[in-house]
Each structure stands twice: as C-alpha cells, then as structure tokens.
Design a protein around this ligand. Structure first.
Ligand code: SF4
Length: 392
C-alpha cells in the first residue's frame, strides 16, 4: 500500500449510503478493437493517450479534495487490462490513494480475454483487486464473429488460468440472442461456461443499441435478430440450467452462488450513491446524478484545465427518485422491494406510490406480493421491461 502518499485521512461519514457514496466506479475507455454491438464509452486505436488519460484520472480524483473510503470499487471499461502492466500499477495506486477500500471490501476489475497476461494478473492481485469479471460473451467462434469480438474461445480459458489461482471471486459475462444463434447453441455456451466452474455469471440478451455497427447492419437487413420465441427459450433455459447448477438468479441478468453476488452492482440496484470517475462515468452523490462527457479529447482538455468533465446533471424530485428506487430494487429477483426498507430509503410508502400498478401486475401473475415484499414471478421475468415501465 502507498499510505505514505495519503495527504489526509479518508473521509468517513455517517450519512446513509443512498446519500453519500460507499462505492466507486473508475472507467478505462481503451479497447483493442470496437465490437459491433458496443455502446459503451470505449474506443480502439487510442492507446497512445493512455498516459495522458491516467494523469487526467488522477486529477479528477484529486478534485474530490479528500480520499473517500469505500466498500466497493469497480474498474470497468472499455478494457482496463488493455493498459500495460506498469500503467495498471499506476492506476491501482491512484485508486487506492483516493478510494481506500474498507476492510472486507470488494474490488472488481473487468478483463478481456487476450488482454491479460501473468504480469498484469500479478499486478492486479498485488494491488488489492479481489474480483475479476471476464468478458467471455460466447465460446463459439461464429458467435464471437457475429458480435465482432476479436478474441478466440481458447483465450477465455487461458485468461481464466491466470485469474482462477489469484482471485477469490471471478465472473463471466455471456450474451444470448446473438444473430445466427439457436437455443441449442446458447445451451452449449452455458455448458462450456459451467464446466469452468464460475461462482457468478452475467447473461445478457443482446440489445441492438442505436448507432452501433450491429444496429446499422440490422437496420439495413444485413443481420437478422433471433426470433422472440427462441430468445425466450434461451432465457428460460438459462434460469433453469443455472439454478439447477446452484447459481441463483439474483438479478434479472445475474446469477451467483450464495455470497458471490457482485456487491458493487447491488449498490446500483439499491439506488445507493456512488462516485464515478473517467470518460462517460456516472456518479450519484447527495441525490444528484451526473455523467461525464463521452468525448475523450473533451474529457482530457477539461480535466487538464482543472474543470470537471461533467455533462448532463439531474436532481430527481423525491417522488421520481422513489419510483426509480422501486424499479431498481425490483430488478433484484430474490429480495425484490422490501416495503420497510423502501420506506426507510425514500420516505414514501410503496403502496401509496405504486399500489395500483403493483396490484394489476400481481393479478396478471407477473409480480408476487408477500406482504413484506414485492418481487417478480418467473413469468414476470420474461416481460420485466414492461412491468418496470409500469412502475416508473
Ligand atoms: S471490449 Fe467491451 S467495451 Fe471494448 S468495444 Fe468490445 S464490448 Fe465495447
């Protein structure tokens, strides 16, 4: 640790976690290549800006004035492991300085197959990272090609051989509904993933995000999306197969063995506060949500001029915030919305706010109401987006 470089004691606060953050997100935008479906603040061919970017990140963190102790850190991207080992070391040192991790805290770094080697894995481990999220997406070359991923399936296995012995917790990201895929192909991906023994899996249905290369191909008819029935079959199989293997569905797209949930993401789904630094990063502090610019030159220029790189900022009215909290909490399939917890966090009684919508969805068999909490039924998960829209 670099305690000698800490200028002040970390700020400790009594404010509740939905007001003052105990979580920090740090964004690294560099990628080896831009994947066809990607809508993240990421870019290929900009590695020459990495040193300048790290300088800017440090300046942005320093703008907080004082280090902030947190319980979870998530370094995402982009591809954090696109940085070289020395740059990664520097990044971790700066993050430790400004966001010291509380004892027992969780520190996740996203890694992509083909960008992590033994030296980088050692740096992450020595630097305090204790969880790695691997962007596998698929184990089948034709599906990786359809997603325009630039790694080969065996690179996932190689990456895992580096990750498994060093980190107590790790996860795979997988995508279903890839153009050209069938439920059988998706089932094969799940089997391969399960054989590798994950304690956490994120399985997302492919989304055609407006403006992406894949979206353009889809719009022009070059690519056809998987039909609705197949996609539904894929999701249903995911839940059945993973739960049968002991990985519980704890959020609409996330599965974990007990105590292996991603604690950082639980912060988002509780609508708790969080810090965010880096290109396009969002933060939510004292009820104000703001997002940094997604334009890398503008981000660098503004931070170098000593200004915040913030773009859109909104302070939600209490009722809008409470509704948003309900929607986020409902995403957590096991706990759903706990009525007492909800009122404590938002000051609103759940039924006064959304009683009619809840009742209607309960009647349709999409939500279950135990009195203590409201959560999705299995059927409701398949139309989750429209139920969540009702509540908003
Ligand atoms: S590796 Fe991830 S962040 Fe980078 S372009 Fe691909 S999907 Fe986007």
């Amino acid at each position: 640790m670099t305690s000698h470089s800490i200028a002040h004691e970390p700020q400790v606060t009594d404010a509740p976690p939905w007001v003052w953050p105990r979580a920090a997100y740090v964004h690294i935008p560099f990628c080896a290549h831009k994947c066809g479906y990607c809508d993240f603040a990421s870019l290929a061919g900009a590695d020459h800006l990495a040193e300048r970017y790290l300088n800017a990140l440090e300046r942005e963190m320093a703008m907080m004035g004082e280090p902030q102790e947190v319980g979870t850190i998530f370094i995402g991207g982009g591809t954090p492991t696109r940085l070289d080992a020395r740059q990664l070391e520097r990044l971790l040192e700066a993050v430790r300085r400004w966001f010291p991790l509380a004892p027992g805290g969780e520190w996740t770094v996203e890694a992509n197959p083909g960008t992590i080697d033994a030296e980088k894995a050692d740096v992450l481990q020595a630097g305090g990272v204790n969880r790695v999220s691997l962007g596998a997406q698929s184990f089948q070359p034709e599906l990786l090609r359809a997603l325009e991923r630039n790694h080969a399936p065996d690179e996932v296995v190689k990456a895992l051989e580096l990750v498994r012995p060093r980190f107590p917790r790790w996860s795979f990201d997988l995508i279903f509904g890839v153009p050209g895929s069938t439920p059988e192909m998706w089932a094969t991906d799940l089997e391969i993933a399960l054989e590798l023994g994950p304690s956490h899996l994120s399985c997302y249905g492919l989304v055609y995000e407006k403006g992406t290369a894949l979206w353009k191909q889809w719009q022009s008819g070059v690519v056809r999306s998987v039909d609705e029935e197949s996609e539904r079959a894929m999701y249903a199989h995911t839940i059945n197969r993973l739960e049968g293997a002991g990985l519980e569905l704890y959020e609409i797209s996330n599965f974990a063995r007990p105590a292996h949930e991603c604690r950082h993401n639980l912060v988002y789904w509780a609508n708790d506060a969080y810090f965010g630094v880096g290109l396009g990063a969002a933060r939510y502090v004292e009820g104000v949500r703001s997002t940094n610019t997604r334009d890398l030159p503008a981000y660098l220029r503004r931070i170098e001029a000593g200004e915040p790189a913030t773009g859109p900022t909104e302070r939600l009215e209490p009722e809008a915030r409470a509704r948003e909290t309900a929607v986020l909490m409902l995403r957590r399939t096991v706990t759903g919305i706990d009525r007492v917890d909800f009122q404590r966090r938002t000051g609103f009684e759940l039924d006064a706010l959304a009683g009619a919508e809840i009742l209607q969805n309960v009647r349709h068999g999409l939500l279950e109401d135990t009195g203590e909490r409201v959560r999705f039924t299995r059927e409701g998960l398949f139309v989750a987006d429209s139920v969540l829209c009702d509540l908003l």
